[in-house]
Design a binder for this molecule. Structure first.
Ligand SMILES: NC(=O)c1ccc[n+]([C@@H]2O[C@H](COP(=O)([O-])OP(=O)(O)OC[C@H]3O[C@@H](n4cnc5c(N)ncnc54)[C@H](O)[C@@H]3O)[C@@H](O)[C@H]2O)c1
Ligand SMILES: [Zn+2]
Length: 473
């Protein structure tokens, strides 16, 4: 709500609107509905807020067939002993074969670890870490979706920091959240889903079995050295993997664009190494989020419905990276915070098209099912942004009132999900009202993301959001 050239005079710590006073005219258009100050201020809690944000991103190379260059990259790095990580299903599919062919052709020695768990746990991370420690590798290649890339990030980190305890680097309050100061080995990520953007981010997510919730490690230091984004791999994805990973892109974009602005996040770090990876929405992440959303609106349905639609699947592969660049620095909020117990507490649900032998709620599904309720709840903070995103997703907002922004976005999302045959809410995954206290308890430790929601939430609010997500249609 400020025009370039305006001078920000005061940050008013007012919960209802995060109001920032400016001199000069105010711009009311949706794209300028956030305010960006350049000086420290006060958060609603009275703590000093941040005044800066940092963009960290892996190097990215995009192109159909670009995977064949991976052997040359490793040779150029001087790698002599490489660890190739993947999951059992992908180890039988062309993306892994193309990587192995390139390594062989370029005379790069490697060992394969194909025991990555789809939706990894601390136990599965530790197994991969053990393999990496024993192998004394000088470089890593991860071929797969977020599960594989995240597992490989953890294996790289802990094998380079062999005396650390597992919880040392895990996000607080579950772990200690220590900053990473050891140098890591090069990691090349070859994403095969169009969802997590993990090839661009310094984040590795796992299910902490002891608490039955997901948490993770978040540090710029663990981001891959290079992401090789090769759309040809996406042609092998079954339709539910395309849909669910696409919903992850959708929520990364929506949540990072509506997150608390970085200059309202507290505390202000006293040293840049402790500035979190997830910093709040900011003008650079916004660009990536909005662009990713346009692509989702245009191509996700086509990508799901037609496995041969290379144009749609290629665009979704790029959108995944675009959203990753955005949320990897801005963060996500309530859909993700609430998703961690939804996947962690899974009972017997087995997702269609996921070739695994354990119950599983795919990450993208676990985030998107609460999205109508979440954005109905958050919209009162930045209604213009909620309306803008609804319009991108196809809503006619010409006559929409600002106070209806959340409902308009929620209806648009419900229609989008219905068109893509998404299960009818948390009840369809086996949850009932009796599970809500446990779901809320699993959300409370996710402060790293829930505090980035534009609107603070009480336990009662979280209960109501889970209840409202039991049925969507
Ligand atoms: N690091 C991050 O920034 C970040 C962000 C969001 C989510 N995540 C995490 O990533 C994980 C989810 O990753 P995902 O959604 O990419 O999927 P995934 O890695 O869990 O894979 C899902 C399934 O799809 C299969 N598959 C993957 N690519 C395929 C292809 N091209 N052809 C055929 N089958 C294929 C896999 O074998 C697996 O069975 C979750 O653990 C989630 O929490 C991480
Ligand atoms: Zn996600």
């Amino acid at each position: 709500m400020w025009l370039s050239g305006d001078v920000i005079t005061e940050v008013v710590p007012h919960l209802a609107c995060f109001q920032i006073k400016v001199t000069g005219a105010e711009c009311q258009c949706p794209t300028h509905s956030h305010t960006y100050s350049q000086a420290p201020g006060l958060s609603p809690s009275g703590k000093t807020t941040d005044y800066a944000f940092e963009m960290a991103v892996s190097n990215i190379r995009y192109g159909a067939g670009v995977t064949k260059e991976v052997g040359m990259d490793l040779q150029n790095m001087g790698a002599k002993n490489v660890c190739l990580m993947t999951d059992k299903n992908l180890s039988q599919l062309p993306p892994v074969q193309v990587v192995m062919d390139s390594l062989v052709k370029n005379g790069v020695n490697f060992k394969v670890y194909d025991n990555v768990r789809v939706e990894p746990t601390d136990t599965s991370f530790l197994e991969a870490i053990e393999f990496a420690k024993k192998g004394a590798f000088d470089a890593f290649v991860a071929v797969g979706g977020g599960s594989t890339i995240d597992t490989c990030k953890a294996a790289n980190l802990y094998s380079c920091s062999p005396h650390s305890q597992f919880l040392d680097y895990v996000n607080a309050p579950i772990g200690k959240g220590n900053p990473v100061s050891v140098p890591l080995k090069p990691l090349i990520a070859v994403p095969t889903t169009s969802g997590t953007g993990s090839e661009t981010t310094g984040v590795a997510i796992f299910d902490y079995e002891h608490l039955k919730v997901k948490t993770g490690i978040a540090s710029r230091a663990i981001k891959p050295t290079l992401g090789l984004i090769d759309p040809l791999h996406t042609l092998h994805m079954p339709d539910r993997v395309v849909a669910n990973s696409g919903f992850d892109v959708l929520c990364h974009a929506l949540e990072s664009y509506t997150a608390l602005p970085y200059h309202l996040r507290s505390p202000c770090p006293s040293n840049p190494i402790t500035r979190p990876a997830y910093q709040g929405s900011n003008p650079i992440s916004d660009i990536w989020a909005v662009h990713a959303l346009w692509i989702v609106a245009k191509y996700l349905k086509r990508a799901v419905r037609n496995p041969d639609d290379l144009e749609a699947r290629s665009n979704m592969h790029l959108a995944s990276a675009f959203a990753g660049i955005g949320f990897g620095n801005a963060g996500v909020h309530l859909c993700h915070g609430m998703s961690y117990p939804i996947s962690g507490l899974v009972k017997t649900y087995k997702a269609k098209d996921y070739n695994v032998d354990h119950p599983l709620v795919p990450h993208g599904l676990s985030v998107v099912l609460t999205s109508p309720a979440v954005f109905t709840f958050t919209a009162e903070m930045f209604p213009e942004r909620h309306l803008e995103t609804a319009e991108i997703l196809g809503a006619d907002i010409r006559t929409a009132r600002t106070q209806d922004a959340g409902l308009v976005l929620a209806d648009t999302l419900r229609k989008f999900l219905f068109d893509l045959n998404v299960d009818n809410g948390l009840a369809a995954l086996g949850y009932s009202s009796a599970d809500i206290p446990a779901l809320v308890r699993g959300t409370l430790p996710q402060e790293r993301v829930t505090k980035l929601a534009p609107r603070p939430q009480s336990e009662e609010d979280l209960s109501a959001l889970f209840e409202a997500s039991m049925k969507l249609y």
